[in-house]
Design a protein around this ligand. Structure first.
Ligand code: ATR
Length: 262
């Protein structure tokens, strides 16, 4: 019988994870089945537990269950502990393990574009879970300066205070979205503004060489502004593929090449 995998969320219909994992399996010759699993909003734990009780090997977790998955794990990777969210679950000797591959997915996507993160400076827009999940992997990839800019400044300041000790190799500070200014190698949009169709304004006082939008498949005023400036830019499809590849690697021990799936 093939190995069983699933992605759990609510809603889940939009998920592209099954399609990606089946493509990786085909490429690497691994026999698996990967399904979507809709859990009721108050029913994450029983749904997740019944999947593993039924012999499931690995599970991806998406909105809104990543924090509940984090809380459920008996063993967590360092990056999941810092993210305080888990997107990858598996059972090892009866112990539920959790990891978070979102940040490494972003790093791999940026590297696949041949944009150099080493010694770079990054302005990241947003101070929610999406930002929290990527800071540690970015610093491990060589980023030396990070500014977190948020509409609600206090939230950015709290995130900086929370993360500072984990990323001592980099200088990390907070800024208000209203005061955007400075010269950066990268700007990354980790707000949910594109998902809700809201516009973000990037003023002329702000300079950057590369722009990455974490969302994909949506019109993005952020990317339109990068394009208008003639700056290399990308939506978040590569990050989606990158996080899926890292989950696949954890479960199957083989890491497909990101560039084959863009
Ligand atoms: P996620 O887990 O996806 O990061 P979240 O925790 O709800 O989701 O965070 C959403 C982020 O997008 C926040 O940084 C939010 O800013 P606030 O903290 O000020 O709410 C940001 N955001 C959402 N809509 C925005 C908009 N229209 N303009 C600017 N920032 C926005």
């Amino acid at each position: 019988m093939s190995k069983q995998f699933a992605v759990i969320g609510n809603p889940i219909e939009q998920s592209r994870s099954p399609e990606l994992h089946h493509k990786f399996a085909e490429k690497t010759g691994i026999c698996l089945e990967y399904q979507k699993r809709l859990a009721p909003l108050d029913g994450f734990m029983p749904s997740m537990q019944s999947f593993f009780a039924g012999g499931g090997v690995g599970m991806n977790v998406t909105v809104p269950f990543k924090e509940q998955a984090f809380a459920a794990c008996e063993h967590l990777s360092e990056r999941a502990k810092i993210a305080k969210a888990v997107n990858t679950l598996w059972m090892q000797n009866g112990v539920l393990h959790g990891d978070n591959t979102d940040g490494q997915g972003l790093v791999a996507a940026i590297q696949a574009l041949d944009w150099d993160l080493n010694n770079s400076s990054i302005l990241i827009l947003g101070a929610g879970g999406a930002t929290r999940g990527v800071i540690y992997p970015l610093v491990h990839a060589g980023v030396k300066k990070i500014v977190i800019a948020n509409r609600t400044l206090l939230r950015a300041e709290q995130l900086v205070a929370d993360l500072k000790d984990y990323v001592a190799e980099a200088k990390i500070t907070a800024m208000s979205l209203k005061e955007l200014a400075g010269d950066f190698d990268f700007i990354i949009n980790a707000t949910s503004a594109s998902l809700s169709g809201d516009a973000l304004v990037l003023p002329e006082t702000l300079q950057f060489k590369y722009a990455y939008e974490m969302a994909y498949g949506k019109a993005s005023s952020f990317l339109e502004q990068a394009q208008a400036r003639g700056v290399p830019h990308s939506d978040g499809f590569g990050m989606l593929v990158g996080q899926a590849i890292e989950s696949f690697y954890i479960w199957n021990g083989v890491r497909p090449d990101l560039k084959d799936f863009l």
